[in-house]
Design a protein around this ligand. Structure first.
Ligand SMILES: [Zn+2]
Length: 123
């Protein structure tokens, strides 16, 4: 019998958090979550490290041949920051899902709402 050990406990916490997102969010697509065992992606956003990133390989939600995916770094020190980043990227997923163009407008408010809803569900 093979027993899998999760070396980085944060990976488990991130996966656990992501699995419960559908309690508060309508995700009618296969949205792949790819955990990255690193503190942040090798990207820079206005001087801040990028912890998560939503990537859509097709411009329209109906083209399901290639599923959208989200990269999530699991080795960042602050788990609250990881959750903030996931919620932020989920708002970009919603924009994509709803056929809207990507914008940062309203993202902070909506991502706070997502986190609040998650808290209300005991996450
Ligand atoms: Zn953004």
């Amino acid at each position: 019998m093979i027993k899998v050990s999760i070396i980085n406990d944060r990976i488990g916490r991130v996966i656990d958090f992501c699995e419960r997102i559908e309690q508060v969010l309508d995700i009618p697509h296969e949205l792949r979550l790819i955990p990255i065992d690193a503190p942040f992606l090798n990207l820079d956003h206005c001087g801040y490290p990028v912890i998560a990133s939503f990537c859509a390989t097709s411009s329209r939600p109906n083209e399901l041949s290639e599923a959208p995916y989200m990269l999530v770094c699991t080795d960042y020190d602050d788990f609250e920051e990881i959750k903030d980043s996931i919620a932020h990227e989920l708002v970009h997923y919603e924009q994509w899902r709803d056929g809207k163009s990507f914008t940062e407008r309203g993202v902070a408010v909506r991502s706070r709402n997502i986190l609040k809803l998650m808290e209300d569900y005991g996450n």
